[in-house]
Design a protein around this ligand. Structure first.
Ligand code: GLU
Length: 425
């Protein structure tokens, strides 16, 4: 029987990639771009699968699957995080890479999207094992990454130290220091001030913008934050700095809740000592599912993809949802929120602070000239406010959701470049 090429599933066709694609198709109807551009953007340009051998501390060998997906190089090098997680797959990286393309384009940053990962359990690995795994992964990927090709950054369970290992491995092979190969590095090797806080701070800048539009005072909002890592933890602190009340936060061990507001500094030192929120004595404990359904004004989703679905969206009791994570709200949940009149501040705008300051870091590295904290914070606020205004305007003009408006703005940006460049040869 002849293979039905048109409908044969491709290797990255997983539920998350289908979701990214479904969002793209929904926005396409409003984007008014040429068919050849739409067709090209349905596929990642390159998807690399590796097997990464890691010598464990006990002398045995584990071979772990690794991935790097580059979605689009139309606007510049590809850019995106590297995650260590037991659920990493080619499809997940492909979905996240596509979202990175839209995120960069929406912010008018001259990058396409990428994402990579290694399927592993980082919580069970020692620092030495993580280091050997990271360095081997870097060498395996060397032919397809580079400051002008593809620039990794932190994502789930990776951090400045991970980026330092990548930078060092790449630089040793090149024969000179190449800080611009990664962003989110330690400041001592060319990292940028404010990069670490940028995603969480950006989330709150976008929330502030939305509150202004709705005529709400941020200081009067009661917030629940799912996630207490680099995004959720920083966003929670920024919310409190703006006078808002953070009633609940969560991590993989579950959630903590206090009607009058949590003491975030206390929580942070508890997590530092005990590894998670589990057992924290000064608040009520709730399950991860319950955290999402607590009555509040603003629900910040800063943990994982696929958290609010057709199953639980009807029980969410918030006035507004802000996506600090990538892809936390499914297409079914989006439809329910639209019907219930609950605005969703979309991931590609709301969590874009991270890649925006990553871009500033890369520019500083290339120019060998570094900026201060206030200048970077101000530049980030300007970029996010500009993107926010364009999203809001398009959403009103075309009577579409903020997510669709953000996607339309991003798709048009990429389409403009692709139409000018054409398809090679
Ligand atoms: N991993 C982050 C994201 O999903 C940051 C990517 C970057 O800074 O390149 O946006």
């Amino acid at each position: 029987m002849a293979l039905d090429l048109e409908h044969a599933a491709l290797e990255w066709d997983t539920p998350l990639f289908e979701m990214a694609l479904a969002q793209f198709e929904q926005a396409l109807g409003h984007a008014d771009i040429e068919d050849f551009v739409a067709e090209r953007l349905r596929y990642p340009e390159r998807a690399v699968m590796l097997s990464v051998p890691v010598r464990l501390d006990d002398g045995s060998l584990r071979v772990l699957p690794g991935y790097r997906v580059q979605h689009s190089t139309v606007l510049g090098p590809t850019k995106g995080g590297l995650r260590y997680d037991p659920h990493v797959s080619l499809g997940e990286c492909a979905a996240l890479a596509m979202w990175m393309t839209w995120k960069c384009a929406l912010l008018k940053i001259p990058y396409g999207g990428a994402k990579g990962g290694i399927r592993c359990n980082p919580r069970e690995m020692s620092l030495d094992e993580l280091q050997r795994m990271t360095r081997r992964y870097t060498i395996e990927l060397r032919p397809v990454i580079g400051p002008e090709e593809d620039i990794p950054a932190p994502d789930m369970a990776t951090n400045a130290q991970t980026m330092a290992w990548i930078m060092d491995t790449y630089s040793m092979v090149e024969g000179h220091a190449v800080p611009e190969i990664v962003t989110g590095k330690p400041i001592s090797i060319g990292g940028s001030v404010f990069r670490q806080e940028a995603t969480g701070a950006g989330v709150v800048m976008v929330i502030e913008g939305a509150c202004d539009r709705f005529g709400w005072k941020l200081s009067e909002q009661r917030c629940v934050v799912q996630g207490f890592g680099n995004v959720g933890g920083v966003a929670a602190k920024e919310l409190v700095a703006h006078g808002a009340t953070v009633m609940a936060v969560s991590d993989i061990s579950g959630g903590v809740f206090s009607e009058g507001g949590l003491d975030l500094a206390e929580l942070e030192s508890w997590v530092e000592k005990h590894g998670s929120l589990d057992g924290y004595p000064e608040a009520e404990h709730v399950s991860n599912a319950e955290v999402l359904e607590l009555p509040c004004d603003i629900l910040v989703l800063a943990a994982l993809e696929d958290q609010v679905t057709g199953e639980n969206a009807g029980r969410i009791d918030a006035k507004m949802i802000a996506e600090g994570a990538n892809g936390p709200t499914t297409i079914e949940a989006d439809a329910i929120f639209l019907e219930r009149g609950i605005p969703v501040l979309p991931d590609i705008l709301t969590n874009a602070g991270g890649v925006t300051v990553s871009y500033f870091e890369w520019v500083q590295d290339l120019g060998r000239l570094f900026w201060g904290h206030d200048e970077i914070r101000m530049k980030l606020a300007e970029k996010l406010a500009d993107a926010f205004d364009r999203v809001w305007h398009l959403s009103e003009q075309l009577a579409i959701t903020p997510r669709q408006a953000a996607l339309v703005a991003a798709i048009r940006e990429v389409a403009g470049a692709m139409t000018a460049r054409g398809i090679y040869p």
